[in-house]
Design a protein around this ligand. Structure first.
Ligand code: ZN
Length: 598
């Protein structure tokens, strides 16, 4: 067994190169001291924003200047702490930065209300000036909230309740992450603690009896607190409903979708399209029962790997070669940029070390390369896909930075997962082309199928649940434990179909999802994957035009709302076609795995 290295022992070539951000911590310190001076210029601008076009520009420019410089400082501090979360000096810099950012954020608090207070006619004439060319898009995204801004007194009252509004989510998090006690499980004669993170590992165990025990032990604890969980979630829904009504939205869902300018029809269309493919999903569960060799498939059996991992090893260099090769359908130039970034410019921090942040992410800023944090393991096929995924985010950022001013180069979550999942599809295609071995093919297909079930079907079911319980509350219905359980159970029956046996406690899953406290968020995972599957088929089957349209989407960055930028790529998320096309890709994978394993 290899031991995990200390950060100081990691060879330079395995580390990302943060010198484009700062050459040294001392250079960061100097820039930080410099930026502190900016905060003194903020207060004199209070009350001046609506005075004239020039005053508006002065205030916005100062704010942009802060944002741009703070982004660089903050990103360096963030990446240094990610290298080793226990690094004292890195944490100290992060702390200093956060304190300054909070202080400056508070100092700039007058800016948005003063912008909103400018009357419409004045605004229209000012903003048409070429002076605002780079600011116009981000300013208009801000101004569209104007109809939902209340009078000064009402805003003051709403702001007073602001802090308390986070209490429900906090109580849910404390209850589920700290207070619930799940006990221990005996595995192979060894007693192990059952926790939020270990339970998902145990549910992948090949022993069905163990899975069953773990499932019931875990949900038993949720059941013992079911009334509390129901009350917390009810409170969160009531807050969503109240906030929508206070701010003149037609529903809590309309309010949640407003920031991305997504019509509610997109959400309904996702749900109804996925419904049309439920028979295909039910076939997946039949196949799962067969492949796991079970008489009956229980709810606790849906997490075990569909196909045991075939032995496939890829060194880091081999993984990079695969990903760089896989993205060639996006053009030689695209592939070269990524290859240079990973091979010679050291975008990626490759392997695990003591104290390093777990998992993977892509991050960077306007003036830096799009960095990638990995904890790469060469015997994990999943890690090759993770590299492809994060590289998709990085190439999205790379294109967006080059095509947009700082003010609107940032894209939304709605768009982000398209670029990353698109890369995964390209990698899947290359791997399947190169793999004749039946076992390895089945393992790749199994992975693709499970990911699609988890993202497209499951998140849509979650989204449907959120919509049903909010509509019920908006119609004056009571939000009781029984109501939550019945509503969720009906959805489980529908999605799992006749071949999965549910337990009494299965419905408690609906009270266990942290994302529900954000309200109408999870549907974006399903739309993102759908767009990526639809677009990857489109580019792979198409020619130069389809590829150029996809690159135009990447370059769009934050210059449009998500649906408009996806339209550039050639998909209209307001229509059923992209979802149906994605579901067809899923069905294709399933067909092949069925015939491979029959
Ligand atoms: Zn991602």
């Amino acid at each position: 067994m290899s031991t995990i290295r200390e950060r100081k022992d990691v060879p330079v070539d395995d580390q990302w190169d943060l010198s484009p951000l700062y050459a040294s911590p001392e250079a960061w310190d100097a820039d930080f001291e410099n930026l502190k001076g900016l905060s003194e210029k903020i207060e004199p601008l209070r009350g001046t924003v609506g005075r004239s076009k020039a005053d508006l520009k002065t205030a916005i420019d100062l704010n942009t200047d802060w944002d741009r410089r703070a982004e660089r400082l903050g990103e360096y501090a963030h990446l240094r702490t990610a290298e080793n979360v226990a690094d004292g000096p890195a944490n100290e810099r992060m702390g200093r930065f956060t304190a300054l950012a909070t202080q400056v954020g508070a100092a700039f608090a007058f800016l948005t209300p003063e912008i909103q207070a400018i009357d419409d006619a004045t605004w229209t004439s000012w903003i048409a000036d070429p002076l605002f060319n780079d600011d116009r898009i981000s300013l208009e995204k801000l101004r569209r909230y104007k109809p939902h801004i209340l009078g000064t007194e009402a805003e003051r009252v709403l702001a007073l309740g602001g802090e308390a509004r986070g209490a429900l989510q906090k109580a849910f998090s404390n209850l589920t992450n700290a207070d619930l006690e799940f006990g221990t499980v005996t595995i192979d004669g060894e007693e192990k603690p059952l926790t939020q993170s270990s339970w998902s590992v145990f549910l992948q165990n090949p022993d069905p009896d163990l899975r069953k025990r773990v499932f019931h032990q875990f949900y038993g604890e949720y059941n013992a607190h079911a009334n509390t969980l129901a009350a917390l979630y009810a409170g969160s829904i009531q807050q969503d409903v109240a906030a929508a009504r206070a701010r003149n939205f037609s529903s809590s869902r309309a309010r949640a979708l407003f920031s991305d300018d997504v019509p509610e029809a997109v959400y309904d269309n996702l749900v109804s399209s996925v419904h049309s493919a439920l028979p295909v999903l039910h076939r997946y569960y039949q196949l799962r029962r067969k492949l796991l060799g079970l008489e009956v498939l229980h709810h606790c059996d849906v997490y075990a790997p569909l196909v045991p991992g075939a032995e496939m090893t890829h060194t880091w260099d081999q993984a990079v070669d695969l990903v760089v090769e896989a993205v060639k359908p996006l053009g030689e130039g695209y592939s070269r940029v990524l290859g240079d970034g990973l091979r010679t410019q050291r975008w990626a921090d490759r392997y695990e070390n003591k104290g390093k942040r777990s998992g993977a992410f892509s991050a960077g800023c306007y003036v830096s390369p799009p960095y990638i944090l990995m904890n790469y393991k060469q015997d994990s096929l999943r890690d090759v896909f993770t590299l492809a995924h994060e590289a998709g985010h990085s190439m999205h950022s790379w294109h967006s930075v080059r095509a947009n001013p700082f003010q609107h180069y940032g894209y939304t979550i709605f768009e982000a997962e398209v670029a990353s999942t698109f890369h995964e599809q390209l990698l899947a295609k290359l791997l399947l082309e190169r793999t004749n071995n039946k076992k390895a093919r089945a393992a790749i297909l199994g992975k693709l199928i499970e990911d699609t079930v988890a993202t497209l079907f499951r998140q849509t079911m979650f989204a449907e649940f959120e919509q049903q319980v909010h509509v019920h509350a908006e119609a004056g219905g009571g939000l009781t434990l029984d109501f939550f359980k019945q509503t969720y159970r009906k959805l489980l029956d529908q999605y799992f179909g006749p071949d999965v046996v549910l337990e009494d406690v299965s419905a408690l899953e609906g009270l266990r999802i942290p994302h529900f406290y954000g309200g109408f968020y999870v549907y974006k995972y399903a739309t993102g994957l759908s767009a990526a599957l639809a677009l990857s088929s489109r580019v792979l089957q198409g020619g130069d035009a389809e590829r150029e349209q996809y690159l135009a989407f990447l370059r769009s960055g934050g210059s449009r709302f998500p649906l408009a930028s996806l339209k550039l790529a050639g998909v209209d998320m307001a229509r059923p076609e992209p979802i149906l096309s994605a579901l067809k890709v899923f069905e294709g994978y399933l067909n092949e795995l069925e015939s491979l394993t029959s």
